[in-house]
Design a protein around this ligand. Structure first.
Ligand SMILES: C[S@@+](CC[C@H](N)C(=O)[O-])C[C@H]1O[C@@H](n2cnc3c(N)ncnc32)[C@H](O)[C@@H]1O
Length: 353
């Protein structure tokens, strides 16, 4: 058979399986959410004997063994948990993996993103994903309300203001991401905080970022700035003042401005934020070996997923390439900027007046 024909048949065979990822792609996150809801990773971690048999696990999380078996079979297949022989070799049991430990809702270790999974799988966040086509088919850029607003009749922050439980879900998700990323930012940017007296975190949520920064750099005074309904539930911290307001009106004037994950800013960088530290997207890596190419490919996939999330949940937010950031920062009047790697999906952009 000639090569082009063989390739076509291979592609057909691959497609006949790949299409099922789109039929049941949600199964991945639904099963992970189930594990988080039932605190399965915690039940395994805290069990006195390892590995944990199905009978032991069902008892620990009060679940029906037959249903739990199916959930665990799926998650073991996906590499979330491991199934290994028990010590006597007569049965099998489950153990955690680095991935399932990142699904511990009770763990605040700077690795778990379980609250983020629960936020993204909340009914409020899931529904807009199903309306992406409405925004894409809108004739002019930005003329159609974002899918989130179409579904809920208001934007994310207005919904959070009206619904304190949902507000908590958002705040927990942001806080766990902050615990993951901000220590890396602090390590990579130590020099930027030397000799700095005041730092404002714009859209600082409940203050998790500044809690980390003032601990690392105790000489700074932090201003945690966010919408009033968020500031109402913010942490009270030594060395940090909580300030409620709208960043489009004004923000506390400080030596340094810290901005992390602010979709609103992705509309463009207002000149009033000159001199800022922001997380952004980077699309190039200087050196490539086999492992780094594989990692780059995975990072790229996460970044593209983040961009889809922006489209589903924000009005004009987008994940920018470095080239796009270059344009925005120049337009905003920054004299220069630099990008620092924090060995994560995101990186730090430091813009100077
Ligand atoms: C995606 S969260 C990021 C929170 C935090 N910076 C982080 O990365 O964990 C965006 C934050 O911006 C706040 N925010 C949205 N619009 C705002 C506005 N107009 N003025 C001040 N804060 C705002 C939200 O309340 C929310 O806490």
């Amino acid at each position: 058979m000639e090569e082009s024909k063989r390739n076509l048949l291979d592609e057909e065979a691959k497609a006949s399986l790949d299409i099922w990822r789109y039929v049941f792609g949600f199964a991945d996150i639904a099963a992970a959410k189930c594990a988080i809801d039932l605190k399965i990773p915690e039940a395994i971690e805290n069990h006195p004997s390892q590995p944990v048999t199905l009978a032991e696990l069902s008892g620990a999380v009060s679940a029906s063994p037959s249903h739990l078996h199916r959930i665990m079979r799926f998650l073991v297949h996906q590499g979330v948990f491991k199934e290994v022989p028990t010590k006597d070799g007569l049965a099998t049991g489950y153990t955690n993996t680095p991935l399932s430990r990142r699904m511990m809702i009770t763990k605040r270790d700077g690795k778990s993103l379980a609250p983020f999974v629960l936020f993204e799988t909340s009914p409020e966040l899931l529904a807009p994903w199903l309306r992406l086509s409405s925004v894409v088919s809108s004739p002019a850029n930005g003329s159609h309300p974002p899918p989130f607003d179409t579904v809920h009749g208001k934007d994310l922050w207005a919904l959070a203001e009206d619904n304190p439980c949902f507000n908590d879900v958002i705040n927990e998700a942001m806080a766990c991401h902050t615990r993951l990323v901000v220590p890396r930012v602090a390590a990579a940017c130590h020099d930027l905080f030397e000799g700095v007296a005041t730092v404002v975190d714009v859209g600082g949520c409940t203050g998790e970022t500044l809690a980390i920064l003032v601990k690392e750099f105790p000489w700074i005074k932090g201003f945690n700035f966010d919408l009033p309904h968020v500031i109402e539930v913010a942490q009270v911290l030594d060395g940090v003042e909580n300030v409620g307001g709208d960043m489009f009106d004004s923000v506390p004037k400080c030596d340094n401005v810290f901005i992390k994950n602010i979709e609103e800013l992705q509309r463009g960088c207002p000149t009033k934020y000159r001199e800022s530290v922001d997380s952004g997207i980077r699309n190039q890596r200087p050196e490539k070996d086999h492992d780094s190419e594989d990692r780059d490919e995975k990072l790229e996939q996460v970044r593209l997923m983040l961009d889809m999330g922006m489209m589903a949940h924000t009005s004009t937010g987008k994940e920018r390439t470095l080239k796009e950031w270059d344009f925005v920062l120049n337009e905003a009047g920054f004299a220069r900027y630099e990008v620092r790697d924090i060995d994560d999906v995101q990186c730090v952009i430091i813009a100077y007046r």
